[in-house]
Design a protein around this ligand. Sequence first.
Ligand SMILES: [Ca+2]
Ligand SMILES: [Ca+2]
Ligand SMILES: [Ca+2]
Length: 312
Amino acid sequence: MAASGEIEIELSTLNKKVIISRPESSSLSVGVNQTQKCQTPFVFQVEDDEMEVVKFRARIKNGATTWEQDFVVPITANLSPVQEYVIGDGGVYTVAKGGNDLDTVEIGQGNADGIPNPGEFIEILVKDNDMLWRTEASVQGPYANPFGIHLRKSDNWGSYDHVGGSAKNSTIVIASDCPDGEQIDLSLEYWRPDYPYHIIGKGSVKLEIVGSDQTPPQIAWVQIPADNLLQVKLHDGSVIDRVQATFIDKDKNTFDLTLNDRGIDGDAVGSDNVFCGLVPKQKFGFYRLILEAEDSFGNKVKQEVLEKFLLH
Ligand SMILES: [Ca+2]
Ligand SMILES: [Ca+2]
Ligand SMILES: [Ca+2]
C-alpha cells in the first residue's frame, strides 16, 4: 500500500452547545500504520459545564475519495483542586458507604504509605465534612491504568434513597514504568447525601508518582468453566511473568500446574491477563487451590482461593 497523500478534514457536531471556531485542518501524507498530526489544531468551545462528552463527525477528503467518521471526545470542566484527600494504597480506612453508613475496609493495594508508587492500585478518598468519601476518577495518559485496566465498583445507595442509585468508585493502577516524579491529573466525583437526594462533589487532584513497583499481581477472578480448564484473571502495573496453580485433594495430595497467557493450551486469547491451564485427568472430587503469581519486577503473591473446585 502507498502513502495517502495530503488529507483534508472538516469537523462538525449536531450539539448546539458546542461551537467549533476552527473546524478545518489538513495533514501531510500518512503512510501505512503511521500516525500523523494535523498541521493546525481544531478549536472548539463547550458552553455547558455539565457536559461530559461531545460527539463529532469528521468529513475526510483524500484525493477523489471522501468519507465520514464519527467519534466522541470526553470533556472535563475546569475543576477546582480538592483541598483535602487521602490516597488509599493498601491501608485500612473508615469511609462513607450507602449514603448514610460507614465502612472500615482496606482501600487499594500497595505499601500503605499514602504515597502513590508505580505498580500500586490506588483510590482517592476525599475529605469533606470530616468524612472520607470514595471517588470515581477519570484519568488519561500512558501511566494510569495500563493494559486497558478499568476497575470500578458500585456503592449501592438503595437503603438510603429507596431508588437504587449507586455511587461509583474507581481504583487506578499506576503503570510500573511510570517515571519517578511523573505527575498524573485526576478528575474526581463523589456523592454526598442530601436526603432524599444526593449532591455530586467534584474536584481535581494532581498526583506525583515516586519510587518503583513493589506491588504483586492482584487476582481478579478464578474459574473452571468446563472440562478441567482453569482460568485466572489478574491485574498488575507491569507484565505478569509467571502464574502457577497448586491443587490439593481431600487426602492432602498436591500437584502443580503452570498457566499461560500465550493463546495456547486452553488459553483462548493471548496477552489479555487471563492465564489458563488444562488440568490433567484427576480423581473426581473437590480440590483446594493455591495460586502464585509474579510480575516482571519479581513481586510475588501466593494465596489460597476461597472456593473449592470440582475436577475429574
Ligand atoms: Ca504507596
Ligand atoms: Ca506489580
Ligand atoms: Ca489469555
